[in-house]
Design a protein around this ligand. Sequence first.
Ligand code: NAD
Length: 344
Amino acid sequence: MGKKTAAVMKGDGIGPEVVDAMLMVLRECDIQSEIVMCDAGSEQWDRNGRKDPSYIPDDTMAILEESDACFKGPTTTIPIPGAPRSVAVTLRQKFDLYANIRPTKTYERLTQGHGLDCVCFREATEGLYTGIEARITDDAAIAIRKITRHGSDRIINAAVRWADDHGMKKMVAITKRNILKETDGIFWDAAQRGVSGHNIELSEMYIDNIMQQLVVNPGQFNGAVLVSTNLFMDIVSELASGLVGSIGLIYSANIGDDFAMFEAAHGSAPRFAGQNVANPVAAICSGAWMARYLGEADIGDAIFAATEGVVNDGATTTTDIGGSATTVQMACAISDGAKTLLRR
Ligand code: NAD
């Protein structure tokens, strides 16, 4: 089998700092896959005169098409009509990366009696992210929430596979079926079909209810796979991230049948750009997951274990989780820990 290739985009705002931290850790761990750097995001779009209809230049797209996986640093999406679509949404649709997955687990030191250990599965190609919007009159605009049986089946089946592989016995399908009877009816039917024949207890929770349940009693979701449509799970997973202590800890993957994109769950946090203060854990763990995906599981496992050690130890952590270390210092502590584990 030939050498695997990963395309890496540094992105905007704090992106270059956290992606440099991630690359440093992978290289210190002697990753064998080839890393190919390319550009994407609104800062390069600005620099190039705002002419391109996309935040992803054609030469970057060509590199992505030749790669086995990619890593996307956080990118800024300018919120005005006519500006390009988000890089993440574009790549999810282009490569049909239908499963956005966020394992969401508290670290012991940060738990404070509210431990949470679940995984969030978000359908990432349809729902309210189809980009189909129309201004009907001066007064009114509509957006289309498209839910299909095919799209629902494949995200549910991916969630069921994860549950089976990780010994998780609970699945919560999040809907608003009392109001969205047709669209969420399709999603709920898929959930029931998907768990049939598996040792998984399925329940349904409405989106409004689960938001308050997560705040009041997050522990009830321990060991559960939470699965939902695009926008609902965007919001649920973000709330769950807050419960873990910092969005700077949450890593994610967008996985399709032939390609995958790895990214921190957080955005470009422009206010902190260039200050060497951003928490690098989300980017580093997303990179560790990419290493596993590329067949270098030993490196991925070592980085995850070292990160857990550094976060729980607390001596070299960034300010968002109570420390005073810089991005670079925390990344070095993780890389030292991972190298020690790999040498054993
Ligand atoms: P954000 O995640 O960039 O920032 C929200 C807050 O989270 C920040 O103020 C900061 O306090 C904290 N934060 C984020 N990352 C952190 C880190 N690594 N360490 C410590 N604290 C961290 O979200 P936003 O302000 O809503 O969005 C800013 C930009 O990012 C927008 O243009 C948005 O579209 C974009 N965005 C991109 C992605 C992505 O690329 N996948 C995801 C979300 C938002």
